[in-house]
Design a protein around this ligand. Structure first.
Ligand code: ADP
Ligand code: MG
Length: 562
C-alpha cells in the first residue's frame, strides 16, 4: 500500500469536525495536540489559542450557548485537562453545549500507574462533572466518538461532554478508505420536543385561574431562541415577566410588561408563576419564603423532566423545548381565555415607578471618586445606540449593580457569572463571544474577578478582537483596605493601573477617575473596534461584603452570641 492510501488520527479528527460544521477551536497547544491544532488551522478551522485552559474552555462554552453548536476546547493531558475541567463543569451546570477534547498519555502505563508523562485517568476524573464522557481507543472509532460527543452535548438539556483522545490514537495510521467510511455526520441532534397537548391544556387552565400571574424567563429560554413565541404569548395574555440575568433582552428591559424594577413585590404576590427555562435554584431562593408565598402555584416549561418538582411542587409541568411549547400554548390559547389582570398590572407599575424614582437619586449622583452606580451610568451612556454589543459581566458588586443598571435591548447579549456565580469567566466569555458574533464585546469586570483571566488580554490583542474591558478598580474583593494597614485577605494592591497591562501587548489603555472620562473612553474604544482596557477608579469604600448575597456568607455562631 502506498503512503497516499493512509490516513491517521489527526486527519480523521479534523475531517470529523469539518463534516459536522465545527469550524472553531479554543485551545492551549502542547503535547500531544500541537500537530492537531496546526492541521486544523491549515484545514480552515479557526483556532484561538489561549494562555490558560480555563479561559479556552469558557470561550468554548459560551460559543456553544450563542451558536447552539457544541463549543470545542482542546487541551493537553493531565494538568491542562484539569484546568479545562473547571470550564466543562461550569458549562454542564449552566446547560451550555460544549466538548472538551484532551490528549492523554499511554493507557498501558497510566492504567498500571507506572508514572507516564502527565499521567492521569482523565476519563474517570471527568465523569462526575460532565453530561457524558467517552474515550476513543482506536482510530476507526474517531468518527463515531465525535458524533456521540456532539449529540450528547446538544440533545435534551445541553451540557459539557468530555472526549479523551489518546496520543496513540492521534498518531495511529489507518487505511484511508476505512477512515473515510468511519466518519459520521450527525443528523438532527436537538430535534423539537413539543409537550403533550394535555400538558398544554393543563397549563392554560392554571394560567386562566390566575389573578396575579407572572412569568420568569431564564437562560434556557434565551438558548431556545424562543423570544418571538414567548413575546406573543405574554403580550396577548397580559402576563408580566421577570428576566433572569442571562435572559435579559429576550423581551427588551424597557418592555411595559417587565416587572424587573418590582422584582420582590412581583414574586411575593404572584398567585401563578410560569417558569420558562429557569430553575428554581438559589438564584430564586428555591421558591421558598420569605421571598415566595407558600400559596403560589406553578407552571414550569423545561426540557429536562427531572427538573420538575426539584424545589417546589409543580402543578402544571410542560416538558419539552421552549420554542415548541410556546408555539403550542399560542395555538391552544383561546382569545380571552386568560384575562388581562389590570389591577395586578397597575400594582406592579406603581411599584416600578416608586423603585425607579428611589434609584434615580443614587444613579444621578456624581461622587468623587466614582461609585458603582455612577461608573455604571457612565458606561451605560456610552453603550446607548450600540445594541449589537455583547456585555460580559462578573464580580460581586460590579455584577449586582450592572445587572440592574445596564438594560439589554436584545436577546443573548448579556453573559455573566451564571448558575454558580463563578469568577474567572470574563476574558474567556469575551473572546468566545467576539469570535462567534464578530461584534464588539464590553466586559464589565470587578478588579478581583478580572485577575482570574487577565492574562488573556494578550490573546485578545494577538487576535485583534473588538473587546473593551472595563476594570472596576476598588482595590479589592468587595472593597479596598484602608490606607496604612497590612493587606487583608480581601485587599488587592492599592492604586493599580490595569490599563498598563494591555499597553504591554499593543492595545489601548485608558485611565478614568470621573464619569465624563469613563464615558468617552468606552465610546472611543468601541468606535475604534480594537482591543482596549479601561481602568475605572472606584471608591474603595463603596462595595459591600459579598455583594447582594451576603446572607450566604456564614458568620461565626460565637461572634453572634457576643
Ligand atoms: P437561569 O439561571 O437563567 O434561571 P437556568 O440555567 O437555571 O436559567 O435554567 C435553564 C433551564 O432551561 C434548565 O433547567 C434547562 O433544562 C432548560 N433548558 C435549556 N434549554 C432548553 C430548551 N431548548 N427548551 C426547554 N428548556 C431548556
Ligand atoms: Mg473589587
Amino acid at each position: 500500500m502506498s503512503e497516499r492510501d493512509l490516513t491517521d488520527g489527526f486527519h480523521l479528527v479534523v475531517e470529523a469536525l469539518k463534516r459536522n460544521g465545527i469550524d472553531t477551536i479554543f485551545a492551549v497547544a502542547g503535547i500531544p495536540i500541537t500537530d492537531l491544532l496546526r492541521l486544523a488551522q491549515a484545514e480552515g478551522i479557526r483556532t484561538f489559542t489561549f494562555r490558560h485552559e480555563s479561559s479556552a474552555g469558557n470561550a468554548a462554552a459560551i460559543a456553544g450557548f450563542l451558536t447552539r453548536k457544541p463549543g470545542l476546547c482542546m487541551t493537553v493531558s493531565a494538568p491542562g485537562f484539569l484546568n479545562g475541567m473547571v470550564a466543562l463543569a461550569n458549562a454542564t451546570t449552566n446547560c451550555f453545549p460544549m466538548i472538551l477534547m484532551s490528549g492523554s498519555s499511554d493507557r498501558a502505563i497510566v492504567d498500571l500507574e507506572q508514572g507516564d508523562y502527565e499521567e492521569l485517568d482523565q476519563l474517570n476524573a471527568a465523569r462526575p462533572y460532565a453530561k457524558a464522557a467517552y474515550r476513543i481507543n482506536r482510530p476507526q472509532d474517531i468518527g463515531i466518538g465525535i458524533a456521540r460527543a456532539i449529540r450528547a452535548a446538544l440533545s435534551g438539556r445541553p451540557g459539557g461532554v468530555y472526549l479523551d483522545l489518546t496520543a496513540e490514537v492521534l498518531g495511529s495510521a489507518l487505511d484511508a478508505e476505512t477512515g473515510r467510511k468511519s466518519l459520521v455526520t450527525v443528523v438532527d441532534p436537538a430535534p423539537p420536543q413539543p409537550p403533550a397537548p394535555a400538558s398544554v391544556a393543563r397549563a392554560l387552565d392554571l394560567l386562566a385561574s390566575a389573578l396575579r400571574p407572572l412569568a420568569i424567563l431564564g437562560k434556557g429560554a434565551a438558548y431556545a431562541r424562543a423570544e418571538a413565541e414567548i413575546r406573543s404569548f405574554l403580550e396577548a395574555a397580559g402576563i408580566p415577566f421577570l428576566p433572569m440575568s442571562m435572559a435579559k433582552g429576550l423581551l427588551p428591559d424597557d418592555h411595559p410588561l417587565s416587572a424587573a424594577a418590582a422584582r420582590s413585590f412581583a414574586i411575593g404576590n404572584a398567585d401563578v408563576v410560569m417558569l420558562v427555562g429557569a430553575r428554581l435554584n438559589w438564584l430564586l431562593s428555591h421558591g421558598r419564603p420569605p421571598l415566595w408565598s407558600e400559596a403560589t402555584r406553578f407552571v414550569q416549561v423545561d426540557i429536562s423532566p427531572t427538573e420538575i418538582d426539584s424545589n417546589r411542587a409543580i402543578e402544571a409541568p410542560l416538558v419539552g423545548d421552549i420554542k415548541s411549547a410556546f408555539a403550542a400554548l399560542n395555538a391552544a390559547r383561546k382569545p380571552g381565555g386568560i384575562k388581562r389582570q389590570a389591577v395586578w398590572l397597575d400594582e406592579i407599575d406603581k411599584r416600578k415607578r416608586q423603585n425607579i424614582e428611589r434609584m434615580a437619586a443614587r444613579l444621578n449622583a456624581d461622587p468623587s471618586p466614582m461609585n458603582f452606580s455612577s461608573a455604571l451610568r457612565a458606561v451605560r451612556n456610552a453603550l446607548a445606540g450600540h445594541p449589537e454589543v455583547t456585555i460580559v459581566n462578573e464580580g460581586a458588586n460590579t455584577l449586582d449593580f450592572a445587572r440592574n443598571i445596564i438594560d439589554m435591548p436584545l436577546p443573548r447579549r448579556r453573559l455573566d457569572s451564571g448558575t454558580w456565580g463563578v469568577m474567572g469567566i470574563g476574558m474567556g466569555y469575551a473572546i468566545g463571544a467576539a469570535a462567534v458574533t464578530g461584534k464588539p464585546v464590553v466586559a464589565i469586570e470587578g478588579d478581583s474577578a478580572f485577575g482570574f483571566s487577565g492574562m488573556e488580554i494578550e490573546t485578545i490583542c494577538r487576535y485583534g478582537l473588538p473587546v473593551v474591558t472595563v476594570v472596576f478598580n476598588n482595590n479589592g474583593v468587595y472593597r479596598g483596605d484602608p490606607q496604612g494597614l497590612p493587606y487583608s485577605p480581601t485587599g488587592l494592591i492599592r492604586g493599580a493601573r490595569y490599563d498598563k497591562i494591555i499597553e504591554a501587548f499593543g492595545g489601548a489603555g485608558y485611565h478614568a477617575e470621573d464619569t465624563p472620562t469613563l464615558t468617552s473612553a468606552v465610546s472611543e474604544a468601541l468606535a475604534s473596534g480594537k482591543p482596549a482596557l479601561i481602568n475605572a477608579v472606584i471608591d474603595p469604600t463603596a462595595g459591600t461584603e459579598s455583594g447582594h448575597i451576603g446572607s450566604l456568607n456564614p458568620q461565626s455562631a460565637l461572634a453572634q452570641k457576643k
